[in-house]
Write a protein that binds this ligand. Structure first.
Ligand SMILES: [Zn+2]
Length: 172
């Protein structure tokens, strides 16, 4: 019976489309990097724990400052991400969405004590970047693992970055 259950759970997770699952694992986050003509779009999905150490609205002045500092770090995405300089990318809009923090256009979800933040970073680029260095591990000491999915003219790839790795190749 146990084996049967395990098998059906496995089947369920395989059947789930790559984007649908809201995996929530502390210490881990997911980024999608899409190289499109003239632009680069990076999407981040992280449990708030990895960015803040708590997953609810800030209660103290220190927690409010932590939220502000996190938002400022993410909005400075041209520092957070070091993009292949040959591509001459410049930072466009950054969107932060998080229901517990009341950031962006977040849908209220059932409060199970956990909370996420989604961020989208857009860059305008003169040519397709060959790599991105992701500074998330430096900026957020609680993050240890990044699941990275890239979509480029060469196709889609999945890889895992484990602290302190930060380079994501986009040219192959
Ligand atoms: Zn959590």
């Amino acid at each position: 019976m146990k084996l049967l259950l395990a098998t059906s759970l496995l089947a369920a997770s395989i059947a789930t489309p790559a984007w649908a699952g809201k995996a929530h694992e502390h210490g881990a986050a997911r980024i999608d990097i899409a190289v499109e003509p003239g632009r680069l779009v990076i999407s981040l999905e992280s449990p708030l724990d990895g960015l803040l150490g708590f997953e609810r609205a800030p209660r103290s002045a220190a927690e409010k400052r932590a939220v502000e500092s996190m938002a400022a770090t993410l909005k400075a995405a041209d520092t957070l991400f070091r993009i292949d300089p040959a591509a001459q990318c410049s930072l466009g809009p950054v969107t932060l969405t998080s229901a517990p923090l009341k950031l962006g256009d977040a849908k209220a979800t059932a409060d199970d004590g956990h909370g996420d933040l989604d961020a989208e970073f857009e860059f305008a680029c003169k040519s397709a970047p060959a790599f991105v260095e992701v500074g998330l591990f430096k900026a957020f000491p609680r993050l240890a693992r990044l699941e990275v999915q890239t979509a480029t003219a060469k196709g889609q790839r999945k890889q895992v970055l484990v602290r302190p790795a930060q380079r994501v190749d986009l040219a192959r």
